[in-house]
Design a protein around this ligand. Structure first.
Ligand code: FAD
Length: 461
C-alpha cells in the first residue's frame, strides 16, 4: 500500500526508513508511565513531508482513496501521545511549511509548521511584536502543533489560554475527503479545530494576535512557605500594571533537587517563584516581594540566560526532574477560582512530598487562578489513579495527562462541535484515529459530573 501511495505522489518527500519513521511517530508520551506502557510500540508506516498546502491536499486525497490513516505532526513535543499514529498509516510532518506569511502591528499569519521561536524573532524585528503566550517548548514547537495539541504557557498570566476567544483569529484547515476542501475557520468556528489533536482537519495556516514586544527579565524569588509563594504569584498575576509573562510556583525540595542550572542559588527549604517581568516594571516588584516575606535569588535578561526560566516552568518543570529521576511523573490540575489558594493548601497538606506542588498562575475565563502541574513521585498505576480521584473528589478537576484521548485529557466531555466537524471534514475517520472517544464510542459519557466551565463554553449552565 505505501509503495503505491508514494508512487502516486511524485515530488512529495517521504521517509520510509523504519528507525526514522519510528522516531517521528513518537512524542513525549513517556512522561506518563501509563502511556509508556500503552504506546511504546506505536509506529507509522511512513512519514510524508509536504512543502506546501497543494502537497497536503494531494497527500490527503491519495490517502483517502486508499483508506490510509493520517496523523499530523508539528515538532512532536506533545506529551500525551497526541501525535502518535495509533493505527499506523502516514505521519504528516508539517515542519517544512514554516514561513511567516505576513505580520503587521498586532497581527500575524504563519504556516502551521513555523517554529514559535522563529516567529517571535521575525515579528519582533519586523513589527515590534511577539506572540501573546507560548508553551515552554518555544524553542522547538510549531504554531500549528501548539494550537492543535497545547493550551497555554508563558504569557497566560496576562492573556489566558488558547481557549479564550480572541487568542486565535483564523485557522486554515484542509479536510480529509475524496476531494479535500480548504476551509477558513474564524470567530466561534475556530473551536472546531482548536485543541482537536488534528482529528478533524489539517491546519495549514494560522492567524493570531501579537502583543507589543518587551525586553524580558528572568527573576527567581524565594519564600519561606509554599503559601507565601502562592499568594505572591497570585498577587503578581492580579497586578494589572506590571507586564509579566510568568508567575510559576515550585515547592521545595523540587528546585533544590532538580534545577541543576541553579545549583547553590536556592537555599534549602525555600519555595520559589519563577517570574518573567518586562524590564521597566522590575522596580514595581519589591513591595510585593516584601509583603509576602520573599527575597530575590536570581535575575538575568531572558535573552542572555543559558537556560531561560521558562524552561523550568510549565511542563519543563517535570522535564528538569525527569532528567535526574525517571520515577517522576505529573498531574494537570485546575484549582477553580475563587477558592484556588485554599484548595492548593489543602491538597499540599494531603499529599506532601509525594505530590510536590508546581503551580502556574493564569488568567482563566476573566478570573485569576492557578493550574497545577504537580510532580508525582510515582509508585504504582493504582496509587496514581487514587491520587487523581482524591483531587477530583476535593473539587480539583484533573486534565488527565495519563490518557491519550481528547475527552479524558480535557474537560471530561464530548465536544459536540468538534465531533460534528469531524463527521463533515473526515467522514471515514482517517485523521489521527483513536484520539476522539466520541467518534469510536458514541455512547461514551464521563463518570464524574463537570465541576467547572470555561468562558464561552456551550455546555455552561
Ligand atoms: P505536536 O506534538 O507535533 O502535535 C501536537 C498535536 O497537534 C498532535 O495531536 C498532532 O497530531 C496535532 N497537530 C500538529 N500539527 C498539526 C496541524 N498542522 N494540523 C492539525 N493537527 C496538528 N503545552 C502547553 O500548552 N504549554 C506548555 O507550556 C507546554 N510545555 C511543554 C514542555 C515540555 C518539556 C513538553 C515535552 C511539552 C510541553 N507542552 C506544553 C506540550 C507541547 O509542547 C505543546 O503542546 C506544543 O506546542 C506542541 O507543538 P508541536 O509542534 O510539538 O506539536
Amino acid at each position: 500500500m505505501i509503495p503505491e501511495l508514494i508512487a502516486a505522489l511524485p515530488g512529495v518527500a517521504f521517509i520510509t526508513d523504519a528507525a526514522l519513521v519510528r522516531q517521528r511517530s513518537r512524542d513525549f508520551f513517556w512522561y506518563s508511565p501509563v502511556l509508556k506502557r500503552q504506546l511504546n510500540g506505536v509506529t507509522a508506516d511512513a512519514v510524508a513531508l509536504p512543502k506546501d498546502e497543494a502537497e497536503v491536499i494531494r497527500i490527503l486525497a491519495e490517502c483517502h482513496a486508499r483508506r490510509i490513516p493520517v496523523t499530523p505532526r508539528g515538532a512532536g513535543t506533545g506529551n500525551y501521545g497526541q501525535a502518535m499514529p495509533l493505527k499506523g498509516g502516514i505521519v504528516l510532518d508539517l515542519s517544512a511549511m514554516d514561513r511567516v506569511l505576513w505580520a503587521k502591528p498586532g497581527l500575524l499569519r504563519a504556516q502551521a509548521g513555523a517554529k514559535l521561536i522563529a516567529i517571535d524573532e521575525q515579528v519582533r524585528r519586523e513589527v515590534g511584536g511577539e506572540l501573546r503566550f507560548h508553551p515552554s517548548t518555544k524553542r522547538t514547537a510549531t504554531i500549528g502543533g501548539f494550537i492543535a495539541g497545547g493550551s497555554a504557557g508563558a504569557g497566560s498570566c496576562m492573556w489566558g489560554s488558547l481557549r479564550e476567544p480572541g487568542n486565535i483569529l483564523g485557522l486554515r484547515v484542509v479536510t480529509m475527503e475524496a476531494e479535500p476542501r480548504v476551509l477558513e475557520l474564524r470567530g466561534a468556528e475556530i473551536d472546531k479545530a482548536n485543541h482537536a489533536y488534528g482529528t478533524n482537519g489539517v491546519i495549514t495556516e494560522v492567524e493570531v494576535p501579537l502583543a507589543p514586544a518587551h525586553e524580558w527579565v528572568d527573576v527567581m524569588l524565594g519564600f519561606p512557605t509554599l503559601m507565601d509563594a502562592a499568594r505572591f504569584a497570585d498577587a503578581l498575576t492580579r497586578a494589572d500594571g506590571i507586564v509579566k509573562k510568568l508567575a510559576c510556583v515550585v515547592a521545595a525540595p523540587v528546585p533544590q533537587q532538580y534545577f541543576k542550572a541553579f545549583d547553590g542559588v536556592i537555599p534549602a527549604g525555600m519555595h520559589v517563584v519563577l517570574a518573567m517581568v518586562a524590564a521597566p516594571f522590575l522596580e514595581a516588584l519589591p513591595p510585593y516581594v516584601e509583603r509576602h516575606s520573599g527575597r530575590e535569588l536570581y535575575r538575568c535578561p531572558t535573552e542572555q540566560a543559558a537556560v531561560p526560566l521558562y524552561e523550568h516552568s510549565w511542563n519543563h518543570t517535570t522535564l528538569q526532574a525527569l532528567k535526574l529521576d525517571r520515577t517522576i511523573t505529573y498531574l494537570q490540575t485546575l484549582f477553580p477560582p475563587p477558592g484556588h489558594l485554599a484548595l492548593v493548601e489543602k491538597m499540599a497538606a494531603m499529599f506532601g512530598d509525594e505530590v510536590p506542588m508546581h503551580l502556574e498562575f493564569v488568567r482563566f475565563g476573566g478570573e485569576v487562578t492557578c493550574f497545577g502541574l504537580q510532580l508525582v513521585r510515582y509508585t504504582t498505576e493504582e496509587r496514581l489513579a487514587e491520587i487523581i480521584r482524591l483531587h477530583e473528589e476535593n473539587g480539583c478537576p484533573i486534565f488527565n495527562p495519563h490518557a491519550f484521548t481528547l475527552e479524558e485529557g480535557g474537560m471530561k466531555r464530548v465536544d459536540a462541535r468538534q465531533l460534528a466537524f469531524k463527521k463533515e471534514a473526515d467522514p471515514l475517520g482517517l485523521l489521527n484515529p483513536g484520539k476522539m472517544l466520541a467518534w469510536d464510542n458514541p455512547s461514551w459519557s464521563p463518570e464524574a459530573p463537570r465541576s467547572h466551565y470555561m468562558f464561552g463554553d456551550p455546555d455552561a449552565p
